[in-house]
Design a binder for this molecule. Structure first.
Ligand SMILES: C[S@@+](CC[C@H](N)C(=O)[O-])C[C@H]1O[C@@H](n2cnc3c(N)ncnc32)[C@H](O)[C@@H]1O
Length: 245
């Protein structure tokens, strides 16, 4: 099915011309549901809990300032960035987040969403101020597979993986974003070989899975945190200094 990139309501968007009812994909951190989410206690977010200790960093991402000392403790790599929502929540929670996305189309949506949020003049509510601070803690790598990009990055405390999951039932159609992403991606987006690589590079690896799915690569995690519809599988990486949540 052909996926098309176009401007919709001022946002770079992806859609299926043959299926307009499937809606459009875009990155919009100013969306009221996202702003509402970050205005509540972030410690209640399952994705935040799964990462464990919450770093309190107020400085911009070190990639923006070569004089800044790189601190592994605050560095988290989102190796399957997608539309950047999890990465944004984690940056709001205080992590320096490096984002990697393999699809050039999804990557273009991310650039557009980040740029629009940075250009936005409003900074009055605490959620708007938090958005601005979180964006300064996010660094988006050029498009590429994490299999190639991860080994080139400075060490991270956590590597986060949320690869595509092959939905066999019709429920994916209800979740429009998921359905559209599935039309866009093939086998390359299922996260194959990412887990062993991530385990060799970080102190901790967190993998998001549908609540009742098998673990990625069938590798049993050391611990898991359950969200409403998802599960966060937690693995100890190469470092012995891992602190479980
Ligand atoms: C389910 S989405 C991630 C959603 C994301 N957590 C969010 O909050 O928006 C999965 C994304 O991972 C990307 N991906 C899968 N394998 C990848 C790889 N090896 N390198 C980089 N990105 C990858 C896919 O292109 C897809 O956009």
């Amino acid at each position: 099915m052909t996926v098309e990139l176009f401007r919709h309501k001022g946002r770079l968007s992806l859609g299926l011309p043959a299926e307009p009812e499937a809606g459009v994909l875009c990155v919009d951190f100013a969306d009221p549901s996202i702003q509402h989410r970050i205005s509540k206690a972030l410690s209640g977010e399952a994705v935040v809990k799964a990462m464990g200790q919450r770093p309190q960093t107020h400085s911009p991402h070190p990639f923006f300032n070569s004089n800044q000392i790189f601190d592994t403790e605050t560095h988290l790599i989102d190796a399957t960035a997608g539309l950047g929502l999890d990465a944004f929540i984690l940056a709001c929670a205080g992590w320096h987040v490096t984002l990697i996305e393999q699809s050039p189309l999804v990557h273009a949506l991310l650039i557009d969403g980040i740029q629009r949020a940075l250009d936005s003049p409003n900074q009055e509510t605490s959620a708007e101020k938090l958005t601005r601070a979180a964006l300064s803690r996010m660094y988006l790598c050029p498009p590429g597979s994490s299999l190639d990009v991860l080994p080139t990055l400075p060490e991270a405390h956590v590597i986060y993986l949320d690869p595509m999951f092959p939905d066999r039932d019709k429920s994916a159609r209800v979740k429009k974003n998921r359905y559209l992403l599935q039309q866009l991606h093939g086998e390359e987006a299922l996260g194959l070989n990412l887990l062993p690589l991530a385990l060799s590079l970080a102190r901790k690896v967190v993998v998001k899975r549908p609540a009742r799915a098998l673990p990625l690569e069938n590798l049993p995690p050391s611990a898991a945190i359950k969200g409403k519809t998802s599960r966060f599988d937690i693995y100890a990486g190469k470092s012995k200094r891992l602190i479980m949540p």
